[in-house]
Design a protein around this ligand. Structure first.
Ligand SMILES: *Cc1c(COP(=O)(O)O)cnc(C)c1O
Length: 477
């Protein structure tokens, strides 16, 4: 005879103590062996359509159990997953998560805090706020508020929303349908596509986004920015916001933030700094000065899932006048009763989401576990490795740098090779397991881009990549 207790258990969605132990052991083993075996893993899985097709199977009526699930991970998921944490995965800006990151995700999932209003998640509310305070301090935006987001794109979307709502107090009621003059957003030709995307989603319209040309170091030209603002005003349009970039995605160029801030002050424009890739290098004293003018911005986008090595997703938006962010996003509601408290934040009022996960926890957990100095050291290392990569490329007669290395993104070409040959070289490097590099387009030419965002990459890894590139370049001569 089964007891009522057993019956509930058999049909339930919890784990019994044995399964808890099994899951913990399997998880620990998976994480440890994944980490130690990384350098031997293929960078990019050979796509096996039959194997991937089997993942289309509908869920089973009777489950496979804990051990079965971890077998699935090993046999059906892991082999077809890109090894983004491999030390020679140098495409995009995508670092490996810290070792504690996956465990922190598990804790956050267990607590399952809904970070919408503080009574529902008091510790989470204060932890998210404490990180925002710390980051605001880092950028000289001491009194700023903000929110953790799903990434840099979402942060920039909310920043532009705040900028528009600030410019048009009736934006919430009338949208941009009021028939008044079109608002114009300025950014550079090297800006991330998330700026265009935000402008499109907010109804600003891509026709009202100006992509200001860059100088020969790929930073925005402030003289041409000023000209564009004046031209739009003269034509009856309404300049609204400038999105400057602190570390462009392709080359790591930092726009002249001080000059742009001067212009924004003179022209009464909202200054947003997209620091998703580069701004967190401000943690490193040697390069901090380049980001000092973030202190003059109205808002700043950061991406802890890049330079703070948080597992995806963790973006962050800082806004100098948090009230402006709140006015753009807060809606009172009948079933949520909240009371203001100086210690707490109701984060639902600072972004588009209501139910929100506890993203700040994995960032906080890693900073607690390792301490800030270790992050500083990791970032300093990536900067040094990128500089070393640049030096090695310059010393190779068959290779050329397309622009001096500023942060950790390095763009290079094989001397005299066609664009098509560059694409071929990228495939070759991936296929022979040397490295995954990215393509980049610079001044209309195709480049090979290597971005060091991995705290595990070593000088030996850089040598492997440059030696192979030099060998391929020699084969062309
Ligand atoms: C990565 C990046 C973004 C987009 O951020 P997501 O987190 O991918 O949404 C925007 N701008 C720059 C400069 C970036 O490097």
């Amino acid at each position: 005879m089964t007891t009522g207790h057993d019956a509930v258990h058999d049909e339930g969605l919890g784990l019994d103590p044995d399964d808890h132990d099994r899951a913990a052991a399997e998880l620990g083993r998976f994480l440890a062996t994944y980490e130690s075996g990384l350098a031997e893993r293929p960078l990019v899985p050979a796509v096996d359509r039959a194997a991937l097709g089997s993942l289309l199977d509908p869920p089973p009526e009777v489950g496979v159990g804990v051990a079965g699930l971890f077998r699935d991970v090993e046999e059906r998921v892991l082999p077809w997953s890109t090894a983004v944490s491999h030390p020679r995965f140098l495409a995009y800006v995508l670092g490996p998560p810290t070792g504690i990151g996956p465990y922190a995700e598990a804790v956050a999932a267990r607590l399952n805090q809904n970070c919408n209003f503080w009574q529902l998640s008091p510790a989470a509310s204060v932890i998210e706020r404490s990180l925002l305070d710390w980051l605001a301090g880092l950028f000289g935006l001491g009194a700023a508020g903000g929110i953790f987001t799903g990434g840099g794109s979402m942060a920039t979307l909310s920043a532009l929303c705040a900028a528009v709502a600030d410019r048009r107090p009736d934006f919430r009621e009338r949208g941009l349908q009021g028939g008044s003059r079109p608002l114009v957003v300025y950014t550079s030709q090297e800006a991330h596509r998330s700026v265009d995307k935000a402008a499109a989603l907010l109804g600003i319209g891509l026709d009202n986004v100006r992509h200001i040309p860059a100088d020969d170091r790929f930073a925005m030209r402030p003289d041409l920015l000023a000209e564009a603002v004046h031209t739009d005003r003269a034509a009856g349009r309404e300049p609204c916001c400038v999105v400057a970039t602190a570390g462009t995605i392709t080359t790591g160029a930092v726009d002249p933030l001080d000059e742009i801030a001067d212009l924004c002050a003179a022209e009464d424009l909202w200054l947003h700094v997209d620091g998703a890739y580069g701004a967190l290098f401000a943690l490193v004293p040697e390069v901090r000065a380049r980001f000092a003018a973030c202190s003059r911005a109205d808002s700043v986008t950061l991406d802890p899932h890049k330079l703070l090595f948080a597992p995806l997703e963790a973006g962050c938006l800082l806004v100098r006048d948090a009230e402006k962010l709140r006015r753009a996003h807060a809606f009172s509601s009948s079933y949520l009763t909240v009371a203001d408290d100086p210690l707490m934040r109701d984060f639902m009022d600072f972004g588009p989401q209501l139910s929100r996960d506890f993203k700040a926890f994995k960032v906080w957990a890693a900073l607690r576990t390792f301490g800030v100095e270790r992050f500083r050291t990791a970032l300093r290392r990536t900067l040094a490795l990128a500089a070393y990569l640049g030096e090695r490329v310059e010393a190779e007669p068959g290779l050329e740098l397309m622009t001096p290395v500023t942060l950790t993104a390095v763009c290079l070409r094989l001397v005299d090779a066609t664009d098509a040959r560059h694409t071929e070289v990228l495939h070759q490097l991936a296929a022979d397991g040397t490295a995954l590099l990215g393509p980049a387009s610079l001044s209309g030419r195709t480049a090979v881009r290597a971005c060091v965002t991995n705290h595990r990459t070593s000088r030996d890894d850089i040598d492997v990549v440059v030696d192979r590139l030099a060998q391929l370049a020699r084969a062309d001569q």
